[in-house]
Design a binder for this molecule. Structure first.
Ligand code: CA
Length: 721
């Protein structure tokens, strides 16, 4: 088997440049391109224009295209009958690290605004990819340890001449669209806590709405509104109650506190708003989803019971004031990482003989929810993937009936939950087509074992969730390992939200395919983990067209029109939670390659081509093992939880984060120590652990990784036979 590990981005880039692999290089931060491009980045997006985004089919004005977040375009020049002529119009290599790229581009009047890893922002001529400017918020590398799920960013918002980005280190920045220079910057977090921003801001009525992440790391979730002109905070809504002794911010918090027990506020509480935010222009409500609790382990979080509001919930507040209006909790007292943060899609559905204005979510817990969006009234719930944590739902309230053995923190026993922590659907955007009435869901079919961890001190470097990563590391039993690996797949589901049933599906052998775009041309576009960009017919799921993207795709495509020509664009680059943490599953189930961060744009008759990819194939050459089995075992138990959430389960990297088994520092104890204890690579996101680990600990870690490298060598030899 070919093995690729990329030791450092700079080394990779140097190699690519030497080999002529990069087609274009970007200007330094903030420097306007001197290209003579016709496109002017005016970002002339008014409140009125956002309201009418649906009829503005040439542009893609907000992350979900319109306020209803349907991600469906009325454009149809590219259609089921013409898509065979689709070709690459242009590509642009982003000056960004080859980590996960999750951004949905915005296109306004011929200019594309798109973000990338480490919260970088780029403005490109949407007709030909010419760089107009690049903005680097210079997030300190060591803040990467406060991002649970890769150093990703899911996109910008554009309004009134400015481009807005939430940075990984918690700032909201307004950039002058004309120059690429920051206009104002507001810190949205308490930097003594482990918050991070990965989600795209939304804008309505001159307000910018942004949440944050950190529910695995011990924070209290909230969403805030800022004045788009000045950056002044207008309101903040916490999603979980704080210390009752300090008084409650509002009646909603007082009510929520009655559903918690113990001293949850000392643990953070969780419930962060890290992705789905949807504005309803008709009712002036703002809907958002909240994450799991901190810690995951319910017996530790709320030892005497309670539903723990407003965790794992869909919440509606008044957009003007942030005042609570209604909530619906998808997973009461969650302990399986079933965030309800997924995209929230608005539509009017004919249910029975009534037109119902609904909000819909394909939630991480594997269940598709339809709610009345004015009142939060439950309409229906149905699993869209196989689930085993619940056996059914109360037909009136939607409350799940839990499976008897699901609560691992109570039983103390390992529970193989389906879905696992990646969810039946994660943040990857879905699309709703009013033409077919179908929701196109990037679905995941994956289980994950959950086992309680008790007694470990909270760490400022690890997940603090009362979950034992060592106990659930990829089982070494070959039969279990085979079934877990083979069982971890995904599919594209065309889901009828009225009948609550699947109409067609495209099955993938791999999990973690990209977001979805649907169009009036009877097409659905999706990129895959295996580096393909594919068009299916929206009504039947027939595969009509595909192109190689060279890198795995997790982001969602968009479409726009310039000069009478329709374009389809997608950002590529594999990464995110599953990619960095899932070890062998991620390594073996995505395309091997350089994972070059790129924008790919297609049109009918496009004739651009990607440069041939030169794949770096690093040798696996570990030094001889000199440590005892006890030391290796000690290293295994430090690796999980200190290292696995970035370097992969059982020291197998599935992404662009270095695969430690290939590291030359395995043979150089001093170099290893300078990185793992001393923080020699903190600027790239690898902090030193000297505050919590000692020399013996990091030597044990090195022994464990050497052990794993020899195991991998033996596996490779056996596979060749
Ligand atoms: Ca989570």
């Amino acid at each position: 088997m070919r093995r690729i590990a990329i030791l450092s981005t700079s080394a990779t880039l140097a190699l690519l440049l030497a080999l002529g692999g990069c087609s274009k290089t970007d200007a330094p931060s903030g420097e306007a391109g001197k290209s003579g491009s016709a496109a002017k980045p005016t970002a002339a997006v008014s409140a009125e224009r956002l309201l009418k985004a649906d009829s503005d089919s040439a542009n893609w004005l907000t992350t979900g295209r319109t306020y209803d977040e349907q991600r469906h375009s009325p454009l149809k020049q590219i259609s089921d009958s013409t898509v065979k002529q689709l070709g690459l119009a242009w590509h642009h290599d982003l000056d960004a690290i080859n980590r996960g790229q999750q951004s949905t581009p915005i296109v306004v009047d011929g200019v594309m605004y798109v973000s990338a890893a480490w919260s970088k922002v780029f403005a490109l001529d949407a007709r030909d990819g010419t760089l107009l400017w690049a903005y680097d918020p210079k997030v300190p590398g060591e803040w990467g340890i406060n991002a649970c799920c890769d150093v990703v960013n899911r996109g910008v918002a554009v309004y009134n001449g400015k481009v807005y980005v939430g940075t990984l280190d918690g700032r909201l920045v307004a950039i002058d669209a004309a120059t690429g220079k920051p206009v104002w910057e507001t810190l949205t977090i308490d930097k003594s806590k482990r918050y991070a921003i990965s989600g795209a801001p939304r804008i309505a009525k001159g307000k910018v709405f942004i949440g944050n992440a950190g529910s695995e790391l011990g924070v209290r979730g909230y969403i805030s509104a800022y004045d788009a002109e000045t950056g002044k905070q207008l309101w903040r809504f916490y999603t979980v109650p704080g210390d009752p002794a300090a008084g409650f911010e509002n009646a909603a918090m007082e009510k929520a506190a009655k559903t918690w027990t113990g001293e949850w506020w000392k643990l953070g509480g969780g419930g962060t708003v890290w992705d789905g935010i949807t504005y309803d222009a008709e009712s002036d409500l703002l809907y958002f989803g909240t994450a799991n609790g901190t810690p995951w382990n319910y017996s530790q979080r709320s030892p005497k019971g309670g539903d723990n509001l407003y965790l794992s919930s869909i919440v509606a507040v008044k957009a003007e004031t942030g005042e609570y209006v209604w909530h619906f909790q998808t997973t009461p007292a969650d302990e399986w990482d079933y965030d309800a943060t997924n995209q929230l899609v608005l539509a009017t559905l004919k249910i029975g003989d009534q037109d119902r204005k609904v909000v819909m979510q394909a939630s991480k817990n594997g269940v598709f929810y339809v709610l009345d969006r004015a009142t939060g009234e439950f309409i229906s719930a149905k699993p869209f993937v196989t689930i085993n944590w619940a056996t059914g739902f109360d037909p009136k309230t939607g409350r799940p009936k839990e499976a008897a053995d699901a609560r691992y923190s109570k039983s103390g026993k390992t529970f193989l939950a389906i879905p696992g922590a990646a969810g039946g659907h994660s943040w990857h955007p879905m699309s709703f087509s009013p033409a077919t009435g179908l929701m196109y869901i990037p679905a995941l079919d994956m289980g994950m074992p959950f086992a309680p961890e008790n007694g470990r001190k909270s760490s400022k470097y690890t997940f603090n969730i009362g979950y034992d990563f060592a106990a659930t590391s990829m089982p070494q039993d070959p039969i279990i390992k085979k079934s877990v690996k083979e069982g971890s797949v995904g599919h594209l589901s065309a889901w009828d939200p009225v009948a609550q049933k699947e109409v067609w599906r495209v099955q993938y052998k791999e999990p973690w395919a990209g977001g979805v775009l649907s169009t009036a041309g009877n097409l659905v576009f999706q990129g895959t983990a295996m580096g393909e960009f594919v068009a299916y017919s929206a009504d039947k799921g027939a595969r009509l067209w595909a192109a190689s993207t060279q890198a795995g795709v997790v982001a969602a495509p968009i479409t726009y029109e310039i000069g009478g020509e329709q374009y389809v664009a997608v950002e590529v680059g594999y990464g995110g939670a599953l990619a960095i943490a899932a070890g062998e599953i991620a390594r073996d189930k995505h395309i091997k390659g350089n994972n070059t961060p790129r924008i790919l744009v297609y049109k009918l008759g496009g004739t651009d081509a990607l440069p041939a990819q030169v794949v770096v194939d690093l040798p696996l050459n570990p030094p001889a093992q000199t440590a005892s089995a006890e030391v290796v075992e000690k290293g295994f138990k430090i690796f999980h939880p200190y290292c696995n959430n970035c370097h992969g389960d059982a020291a197998v990297s599935g992404s662009a984060i270095p695969d430690l088994q290939h590291s030359p520092t395995l043979a150089d104890a001093a170099a290893w120590e300078s990185i793992v204890l001393g923080g020699a690579r903190k600027d790239r996101g690898m902090v030193g652990f000297a505050d919590e680990l000692n020399k013996e600990d990091v030597e044990a870690l090195r022994a464990y990784v050497i052990h794993r490298a020899h195991e991998t060598l033996a596996e490779n030899k056996a596979a060749k036979k």
